[in-house]
Design a protein around this ligand. Structure first.
Ligand code: B12
Ligand code: SF4
Length: 552
């Protein structure tokens, strides 16, 4: 057996949503296969978990459902280790799952097992890794994914401890498409020259946790092979939402947004061409993932779909990539929706490039809804957030026109708002509510899950120096475990350090936590009264499998 024939397993562990398809692993598999690795298997144990428990989950009164489903709604149960151990690990079934899944992962005798971690499955994954190392110490374990990348910024992150203790062999941060091949190569050749591979943490020859430099982002996304889902049985997912990533990174840098952790700065924003995107649509169609006559859903991912705000021609045709892509979809399927055999949704920015003509074309290409980061009806707060409206000052008339264009074309406009952004006054909040009331005919639904959460992303180095001057007097972590008395001796504004991830109960000069909760209540009452609670996408035969959360 050559080293390229050795078995590599790539895995998603519970707990994620039941409809999520493992896009990242599809990317890694196609990259590894392109590099000559012969035996790469994608194993979605998160999906296995939902399938195995589907009978139980359908019984309303079932304790299992109550426990898992409600725990899943609240991400702080999963990304906060104390909550995880207290509320989740204590459920006996979880211990059995760890044992079962570590056995499943070893069944085909792998040499390497790779895990993709998010903030929701990190603690469970680390437990599976520990069980694996006890059962088969010779199998190398590598970890990548968004939470692995986020851990790059935290020197005391638990993941570093796991490398130190020898449970995790390699941690990959940043874009993993090329790194994964390099790591598998060096392990399977038994060379272990980790120091020559960009974008990883590992245990160096002195037994210390070391890292190499951040890997350069792939300049041309069309060079990345499209995801390989050949190990995935789409029909087993509850209402699968198939993601197609239009772009990576974002060309803006809103202060509160976590995107910069993963993609650094706006200069790393890249888009795929419409031809390359069509290749993926055709692949999904050819392997039967887009069944005709049955409701199916694609989710156009990336920062947002209408990224062509520079207004420079992006293509030879002089049109935006989005417009070209829509035209090619309609063309390929022989006419406008319903000839197009799927619906799609995506995130969008409030931008007047969403003209009536473009909206119509998007609708014809299957666009069902757009989810806007509207955030606030206050122009001042939009500025505070550095939303970066480039071509004109933000104003509410401008936003209303964009939503009207969508709704008139038949596309549902779903809005996200932020309640209680730092410096938001009662009057600013009222401006948001006034906007919603005045424009409700152009809005299908509005979504806001909680009051504003100070995140470690927001306070990361990438945001340093740009932070608005809001005085935070104290902050308590989302898990309720850290009490921070920050401000007296610290500078007037915060950046970089001191804030516990996901602090929700903070207090500033313009609001207390209780005041923000009151604002949230006002919003919720309005949303209920006007039937604007986000249950998007609203399709008659669609049952949102994750009631209480939003599909994006
Ligand atoms: C597309 C997307 C999805 C898709 C696909 C997910 C996927 N990655 O496969 C879907 C809809 C399924 C999804 C689901 C979720 N997502 Co999501 N998603 C995104 C989004 C919009 C784009 C990511 C992207 O471009 N992916 C493309 C590939 C190239 O990037 P990638 O997935 O990170 O994978 C690369 C590297 O991380 C690495 N890698 C990944 N896994 C592994 C494994 C190994 C072994 C190695 C070596 C490398 C490696 O290599 C990959 C290729 O370069 C980002 C936000 C953003 N704009 O970036 C959020 C984001 C990644 N999602 C996030 C979250 C939290 C989730 C959910 C938990 C739901 C939720 N609460 O929002 C679920 C988890 C999945 C599940 N089991 O249910 C967070 C992650 C935060 C964190 N620190 O964990 C993000 C950053 C959004 C945010 N700020 O909240 N998501
Ligand atoms: S909020 Fe949206 S536009 Fe702003 S940086 Fe994040 S992804 Fe980009």
């Amino acid at each position: 057996m050559t080293y390229k024939e050795k078995q590599i397993n790539l895995c998603w562990t519970p707990f994620g949503y039941s409809y999520s398809v493992p896009l990242s692993l599809g990317y890694l598999k196609s990259n590894l296969t392109d590099n000559g690795f012969k035996n790469v298997k994608v194993m979605d144990l998160n999906q296995d978990f939902w399938v195995k428990n589907s009978d139980e989950l359908e019984k309303d009164q079932n304790l299992f459902e109550q426990r898992y489903q409600s725990l899943l709604q609240n991400v702080t149960n999963w990304n906060n280790p104390e909550n995880y151990y207290e509320k989740i690990h204590s459920i006996g079934a979880v211990k059995d799952l760890i044992d079962e899944y570590s056995d499943t992962l070893l069944e085909n005798n792998p040499s390497i097992i790779g895990f993709c971690i998010f903030n929701t499955n990190i603690w469970f994954t680390l437990e599976v890794c520990t069980a694996l190392k006890i059962k088969r110490p010779d199998v190398k374990l590598m970890i990548g994914g968004p939470e692995a990348t986020a851990s790059y910024y935290d020197p005391t992150h638990k993941l570093k401890e796991m490398i130190q203790s020898g449970v995790v062999d390699v941690l990959v941060f940043g874009e993993g498409d090329i790194t994964v091949g390099d790591v598998c190569d060096t392990i399977l050749k038994e060379e272990y020259d980790y120091e020559n591979i960009d974008g990883i943490f590992y245990l160096d020859k002195e037994g210390k946790v070391a890292n190499t430099k951040w890997r350069n982002f792939i300049p041309n996304l069309d060079d990345v092979p499209i995801p390989d889902y050949s190990d995935i049985k789409f029909d087993l997912y509850k209402q699968p939402e198939i993601p197609i990533v239009l772009s990576r990174g974002c060309n803006y840098s809103c202060i509160y947004c976590g995107v910069k952790l993963y993609w650094k700065n706006a200069a790393n924003f890249r888009k795929r061409t419409s031809d390359n995107l069509m290749e993926e649509v055709k692949y999904l169609d050819s392997v039967g993932y887009l069944p005709r006559g049955q409701f199916n859903f694609l989710s156009f991912k990336g920062a947002y779909v209408n990224t062509d705000v520079t207004r420079k021609a992006e293509t030879e045709s002089g049109k935006s990539i989005l417009e070209e892509f829509c035209e090619k979809i309609i063309d390929h399927f022989g006419g406008p929706y319903p000839e197009v055999p799927f619906l799609w949704g995506g995130w969008a920015r409030v931008d007047d490039n969403l003209t009536p003509e473009l909206c119509k074309k998007m609708y014809d290409a299957g666009c069902h809804h757009l989810t806007f980061g509207f955030e606030s009806g206050s122009a001042r707060i939009n500025k505070e957030m550095r939303k970066g409206y480039k071509f004109r000052e933000y104003d509410n008339e401008y936003a209303a026109t964009v939503f009207r264009n969508c709704m008139e074309a038949g596309i549902q406009a779903v809005l996200f708002i932020i309640v209680g952004y730092p410096t938001e006054t009662k009057e600013d909040f009222q401006e948001t509510m006034d906007f919603l009331e005045e424009n409700k005919q152009w809005i299908d639904a509005v979504y806001c899950m909680s009051t504003f959460i100070l995140s470690k992303e927001m306070m990361s180095d990438e945001g340093k120096g740009k932070m608005s001057k809001f005085a935070i007097r104290s902050a308590i972590g989302g898990g309720g475990d850290i009490d921070m008395k920050l401000m007296e001796e610290k500078p007037k504004y915060l950046a970089g350090d001191g804030i516990h991830p996901h602090a929700i109960e903070w207090e500033s000069e313009t609001s207390t936590y209780e005041e923000r909760l009151e604002r949230l209540e006002i919003f919720k009452e309005w949303a209920e009264k006007n039937d604007k609670i986000s249950t998007s996408p609203r399709v008659d035969d669609w049952v949102n499998p994750n009631d209480g959360t939003t599909m994006d």
